[in-house]
Design a protein around this ligand. Structure first.
Ligand SMILES: [Zn+2]
Length: 229
């Protein structure tokens, strides 16, 4: 089965990328994340000495999600062609409503990939909550597990559904674009706290569907092309 081989080799390459991205992250992610840990925030990084760009951080997170989905599909080759990304929301109980709404928004906006709630053991990524001076972000824990962190204060300052749907956009492969208008979901905190739009615009929806158009293998190929750039 050549498609199996391809997925396996792509997974190996993705694994390398994750290991590289996770270097220097000795602190468990459940504790206060270290500053050098790659993370794609809801707002632009204020620390100008940051060694990684928001783009590459979003990519590292996306690759971790893809690797998890690929691993499960390798175990179950008869899985349906449509890609389902499973999340665990049990560690972000405060944001249960916003997470459900974000799922609803994305599942009604794109057709080639679907989000689905599941148990921690079945999840490709998780939502977590707490206090972090950097606000909300998508990151990996240094062991290849992707998670979305939702910061209490930022979710009071900004529209919480927009924050959640924005971070979930990284799960589906979208990078940040802070200079965009409120109508863009991936502009995040760029348009300010008065922006309450939680829906991706037409271009963002089309981009996600293009990315996942050929199923998982194609999405992985595209993610690898980007990281090779
Ligand atoms: Zn972001």
């Amino acid at each position: 089965m050549s498609s199996m081989r391809k997925t396996t080799s792509a997974l190996a390459v993705l694994g390398l990328g994750i290991v590289t991205a996770g270097l220097g992250t000795a602190v468990p992610a459940a504790a206060a994340p270290v500053a050098e840990q790659p993370h794609a925030g809801f707002v632009a990084k204020s620390d100008t000495s940051a060694t990684t760009s928001a783009d590459s951080d979003a990519r590292a997170f996306f690759q971790a999600v893809l690797a998890s989905v690929a691993e499960k599909r390798a175990e179950n080759p008869s899985a349906a062609a449509a890609v389902t990304v499973v999340y665990d929301a049990s560690r972000a109980p405060t944001f249960r409503t916003q997470i459900a709404r974000s799922t609803q928004i994305w599942n009604s906006s794109v057709s080639n990939v679907k989000l689905q709630s599941g148990s921690a053991s079945a999840a490709d990524f998780s939502y977590r909550e707490g206090n972090d001076s950097r606000g909300s972000y998508a990151s990996t824990d240094g062991r290849g597990n992707g998670y979305i962190f939702l910061d209490y204060r930022q979710n009071q300052q900004y529209d919480s559904t927009r924050v959640t749907a924005h971070e979930t956009g990284h799960v589906l492969g979208l990078p940040d674009h802070y200079s965009g208008p409120c109508g863009e979901l991936m502009s995040g905190g760029g348009p300010g706290p008065s922006c309450t739009n939680a829906n991706p615009n037409a271009a963002e929806r089309a981009r996600v569907d293009r990315l996942w158009a050929g199923g998982l293998a194609a999405a992985m190929d595209k993610a690898l092309e980007k990281s090779a750039r």
